[in-house]
Design a protein around this ligand. Structure first.
Ligand code: SAH
Length: 348
């Protein structure tokens, strides 16, 4: 095979079983060799061809020049608590994305990115400042997981699609990546351990609902009225607050899955007692959980409420008939907290 063909090859990570079967055939091998590759990469988490011991020597030689990882790990930061690690990856074209690994007792969660940058321009989010650069491929999303699993001492137990980007504006690849993580012949992670978070792309919430995907859905509510939400999340111009609430209710009803509403608490924006009243009114009839995220400050006009204010907001929420939790972001010392992920291209 000539060099030119080899450098044009798609990395193995991100290819489905049938793609790997066809790939094996294209090398003059039997299709089952493709299934063996899938097993090595995803179930056994082996990324060196020389360690794929049941492949014939001649096949291993053919595979030696085939790229496996679509992403290159270029930097690692560890928070002072050592429980959070942020990893920087370089794409083949020099663009950069980040992902985060968090350990809390037995729970090991990874937060994956779905896009380089983001188009939604939420005023409080660092990724927004990059603008939208591109969608990640399925392989680039899944590879974040595989790299982080190699770094983690413990098995990863949960995945959240809450890194850079809006998963529902890269819908097809995000769902396909979740399907890879859930695949019984590969990583085999339970569907309820995988959460996809959206800023409120209503038609995609409807599609997700109609297609009956088993993954958990989180919605970044971040406000209690259309007017308030418009101030921080321009996406509500296109998809109104009321249509978001309606789609959420329909999803919760049809899927019978508990939906998670995320609520980034910003001082003077959405942390008044009347916001609690409205949350109770809006969400009491929905099968849901409310996750309050005290704002992680980035450069900009928004402020995190004082601890007392956060506490009094949480106290008022004790009346809620649904579970309410606070997410004290991990790793803010290394800018790995919610909304703090942003990168500059490796070319710049
Ligand atoms: N685009 C998706 C996923 C990425 S953001 C979404 O909006 O859901 C993941 C979560 O972090 C969202 O709930 C978002 O509202 C929150 N977030 C963004 N910036 C933040 C910040 N500076 N502090 C705390 N949370 C933030």
């Amino acid at each position: 095979m000539s060099e030119a063909i080899i450098t044009n090859l798609k990395p193995l990570i991100g290819q489905s079983i049938s793609e790997l079967e066809s790939f094996a055939e294209s090398l003059g091998e039997k299709p089952f060799r493709g299934r063996q590759l899938f097993d090595w990469i995803y179930r056994q988490e082996v990324d060196e061809i020389s360690n794929m011991t049941d492949l014939s020597k001649s096949l291993r030689e053919k595979l030696n020049s085939v790229p496996i990882h679509p992403l290159k790990l270029v930097n690692r930061d560890e928070s002072l608590s050592q429980q959070t690690r942020k990893v920087l990856f370089e794409l083949a074209d020099g663009n950069l994305v980040e992902a985060v690994l968090m350990q809390e007792g037995k729970r090991v969660t990874v937060c994956l990115s779905t896009q380089v940058g983001c188009a939604l321009n939420c005023g409080f989010c660092a990724t927004a400042k990059m603008g939208f650069i591109k969608n990640l491929t399925v392989g680039e999303i899944v590879d974040q997981f595989l790299h982080l699993q190699k770094i983690s001492k413990e098995k990863i137990t949960n995945v959240v699609f809450m890194g850079m980007g809006e998963p529902f504006l890269n819908y097809k690849n995000t769902i396909a990546a979740a399907d890879f993580l859930h695949h019984p012949k590969g990583i085999n992670m339970a569907a309820w351990r995988i959460t996809i978070s959206t800023a409120g792309v209503v038609p995609k919430i409807q599609q997700f609902s109609e297609e009956k995907h088993p993954y958990k859905l989180a919605i970044s509510l971040n406000g209690t009225t259309q007017e308030q939400r418009l101030k921080t999340m321009p996406v509500s111009k296109t998809y109104s607050f009321s249509s978001l609430i309606k789609a959420s209710k329909e999803y919760a009803y049809h899927s019978r899955n508990r939906i998670t509403f995320e609520y980034v608490l910003m001082d003077g924006i959405n942390n008044e007692p009347r916001d609690v009243d409205r949350l109770l009114q809006l969400l009491s009839s929905v099968e849901c959980k409310l996750n309050v995220i005290p704002y992680n400050e980035i450069d900009g006009i928004y402020k995190r409420p004082s601890d007392e204010k956060i506490e009094s907001f949480m106290n008022l929420l004790k009346l809620a008939p649904f579970p309410v939790t606070v997410r004290w972001s991990k790793g803010t010392d290394i800018d790995a907290g919610c909304g703090q992920l942003a990168t500059k291209s490796a070319h710049k």
